[in-house]
Each structure stands twice: as structure tokens, then as C-alpha cells.
Design a protein around this ligand. Structure first.
Ligand code: PLP
Length: 406
């Protein structure tokens, strides 16, 4: 067999054999080909209402014209060069973020994903304190890289190599347990990491008193308070960082998801007393020109269109209406981060909403529906969702009653 024919044989095989894709999630049989604002369209032209934002990622609405033009213009100029040169658009982003968050004194480290942001936050806390212990909470989710997954309360996704005695899980919102742990081990604690509202864990809100206690204990023991704002941050709750609602400030805020409206960009905001040195934090792609253009576009739209106010008012509207719907239990949330639990009769509601009503929503096991739409969701789109929800619940309840034995 000549080299030439070997190459030919291989290329014809490539034509016929498809490479298997790893399924990150169970796949719904839908192919989205177009998106705008709060709507998506599939290849047959069917329209869907997006009440999930693709896991809380779509913050300013799909394909927002300002977002598209800012990224397109940047792409025509320069898409990437390494962090070894001046990248003025990074400073522009930092300035804008300082203005929108009111945290001008903090410094910004840019990276690419939520897990990476948390990983760097915890690493920095350990460098700063010289300590190893991290306190995390039950039902937490902080990502899938080594330390981020180790502080995630889900043993099934922690590989043996990521198991560590450096992490302790305490009960969420239990101030006494936290006090007791700090009494015994406070001087070993590098950081406490907490979501302001747990997302994957099922939309569980951290109590103001609990966040205040974390602040006090971290200050007393020189530990670092890390506010994981990957899902609950970036304006989603009506506050830029949901933790700040408790009237306390964290030492590090991690950000991702809504930061780029779909463009992969993430970062941490670092309090001024923390002084990372060269080499402690690093990245190839983090802070690239295109990612900064995307992140700037998002902040500009959030400001210009007053999307945090919209998240608060549309969120309040949705929550108050959802509370009136029979069959939905424990409606909770803040702004456009909303959850409710389903009774047994409605266990297929999420699937039915998608395939019968063409509405995307999210879930948390075992029985919670999560709503994480774009912060630009309009009141009439919220009303449209409520109508679809009520209609579907009605169908499901009638169908259930019909098959119930007399
Ligand atoms: N932290 C929280 C609160 C999250 O919800 C997630 C993702 O769902 C992460 C971290 C990890 O983010 P990423 O998937 O971008 O690594």
C-alpha cells in the first residue's frame, strides 16, 4: 500500500464515519437556528420563548444589535493578542465595571468560565492567608475544575483525584454551625465560598443574617469571603451582586454567565487589601479583545436600558403571579432568578412546557423549575409565559383526573 493510497483510504473513511460528540447534557430534539431578544427559532421556523437564557447566560437578550455590532467591529480590528501587551479595552471594561458595581477600588482579573473564576478566587485566598481550608455549604455548585468541584456539594461529579480534606461543607443558612466551626478551626480557614442565591441547588436564598455572619467571621479570623456571583450576579436579582443586598461586602466576587451574553468571558473582582503578585494568577485567553468587547457591550446595554430595574420589576411581577397558581409550591427568588417546586402530578411540566407550549425553562433535581430569562424580559413576555404555564397545568391536571380511578 503506497503512502498516497493510505491517505486516500483514510479520507474516504472520514467521509462516512461521524465522530461521536460527548453529550454534556441530555439532549432535547431541537435545533435552534436563530434568536432575538427573549425568543428562539428552530430550523422549521417554530418560535420558542426563552425563560432560561441557556443556563442564565443570556443577560441582555439574544443577538442584541449593540452586542453584535461591538463584537463585529472588534473582530475587524483585532480579535486576540496575548496579555503581554497593552490591551486598552481591558481597562475600558474595568472602568465600566467599577462604575456599574460601585466597586472602583477593586481590581479585575479576567478569565474564561465560572469554574476558572472560582478556582482563581480560592487560590488567591490561599496564597494570601497561607492557609488550606475552604468552607462551602450544602447544595452548593461552584464548577467542575479541581478545587471548584471539590467545593461543590455533589460527590458524583468529584473525581477521586479532586477529593480533598481541605474542604468542609456546613449546612446552608445555619449561623450556629458556622460559628461553631470558626470557634474550633477559624485560624485554618482560607476562605468561605457561597452563592448569594444557590442556582443549581434549587434557588435557595442565602439569608441576610447568614451573609452578615460570614462577613464578621471572615473579618475576625482574617479569612476571605468569596461571593460566587456566577449565576446570581451581574444584575440578575436587581442588585449587581445579590450578596450585597445583605449590606455587606465580600472580598472577592466571581462572575461569568451573564457577563458576556453568550460570549465566554469571566472574571474576579478583588478587594484592594488583597495583592496578587505576577504568576499567582495567569491566563492565555482571559481578557482577549473580543471577550472584552462582548463584556463592554453587555454593561453598556445594562446601563442604557436600565436592565437591573427591569429585572427587579418584571421579577416581582412574575413572582407575585406565580404565587397565585395552584400546583406550584414554594415560589421563591429575587429579580429574574426564580424557582418553584412541583407536586407529583406536574412532574413532567418542564418537558411539556418545552414541547407543547414552546417555552424553555430550567430545572433543579428533584422537582424544581428554575426561571433565568434575560434581564430584558418584557412584561408582556412574562404574561405570555404565565398564560402558557397555566394552560399546560390545566391540561395536565385534567389528563390526570381522567385517568384517576373512581
Ligand atoms: N458557580 C455557579 C454558581 C454556577 O452556577 C456555575 C455554573 O452553573 C459555575 C460556578 C461554573 O460556571 P462554568 O460552567 O462557567 O464553569
Amino acid at each position: 500500500m503506497t503512502h498516497k493510497s493510505g491517505v486516500m483510504r483514510q479520507s474516504s473513511r472520514l467521509k462516512t464515519k461521524k465522530m461521536k460528540l460527548f453529550d454534556v447534557y441530555p439532549i432535547n430534539n431541537i435545533t435552534i437556528t436563530r434568536a432575538r431578544g427573549s425568543y428562539l427559532w428552530d430550523e422549521a421556523g417554530q418560535q420558542y420563548l426563552d425563560m432560561y437564557g441557556g443556563h442564565a447566560v443570556i443577560s441582555i437578550g439574544h443577538t442584541h444589535p449593540h452586542f453584535v455590532s461591538r463584537i463585529t467591529n472588534q473582530l475587524r480590528q483585532v480579535a486576540f493578542y496575548s496579555n503581554s501587551i497593552h490591551i486598552p479595552i481591558q481597562q475600558e471594561l474595568a472602568d465600566k465595571l467599577g462604575k456599574v458595581t460601585g466597586k472602583e477600588e477593586f481590581q479585575l482579573f479576567l478569565c474564561n468560565s465560572g469554574a476558572e473564576a472560582n478556582e482563581n478566587a480560592m487560590k488567591l485566598a490561599s496564597f494570601h492567608t497561607g492557609r488550606k481550608k475552604i468552607v462551602a455549604f450544602t447544595k452548593s455548585f461552584h464548577g467542575r475544575t479541581s478545587l471548584a468541584v471539590a467545593v461543590t456539594d455533589n460527590p458524583s461529579i468529584i473525581a477521586p483525584v479532586n477529593e480533598t480534606d481541605n474542604v468542609v461543607f456546613l449546612p446552608f443558612n445555619d449561623g450556629d454551625a458556622l460559628n461553631a466551626y470558626f470557634n474550633d478551626h477559624g485560624h485554618e480557614v482560607a476562605a468561605v465560598i457561597i452563592e448569594g442565591i444557590q442556582g443549581v441547588g434549587g434557588i435557595n436564598i442565602a439569608d441576610d443574617l447568614f451573609l452578615q455572619k460570614i462577613r464578621t467571621l471572615c473579618t475576625d479570623y482574617n479569612s476571605i469571603f468569596i461571593a460566587d456571583s456566577v449565576q446570581c450576579g451581574y444584575g440578575r436579582t436587581g442588585e449587581f451582586f445579590s450578596h450585597d443586598q445583605a449590606g455587606v461586602e465580600a472580598d472577592i466576587y466571581s462572575m461569568a454567565k451573564g457577563m458576556g451574553n453568550g460570549f465566554p468571558v469571566a472574571g474576579i473582582l478583588i478587594a484592594p487589601f488583597l495583592k496578587p503578585k505576577y504568576g499567582m494568577l495567569g491566563t492565555t485567553f482571559g481578557g482577549n479583545h473580543l471577550a472584552c468587547a462582548a463584556a463592554l457591550a453587555v454593561l453598556e446595554v445594562i446601563e442604557e436600558e436600565r436592565l437591573m430595574e427591569n429585572a427587579k420589576s418584571t421579577g416581582n411581577f412574575l413572582i407575585s403571579r406565580l404565587k397565585k397558581i395552584r400546583g406550584l409550591n414554594n415560589v421563591r427568588g429575587r429579580g429574574l432568578m426564580i424557582g418553584f417546586d412541583l407536586g407529583g402530578d406536574l412532574k413532567d411540566l418542564r418537558k411539556n412546557l418545552l414541547f407543547n407550549q414552546q417555552v424553555f425553562t430550567g430545572e433543579s433535581k428533584p422537582n424544581t423549575i428554575r426561571l433565568l430569562p434575560s434581564l430584558a424580559l418584557r412584561k408582556k413576555e412574562a404574561e405570555e409565559f404565565l398564560e402558557s404555564l397555566e394552560e399546560e397545568i390545566q391540561h395536565m391536571v385534567s389528563a390526570h383526573n381522567m385517568v384517576k380511578p373512581a
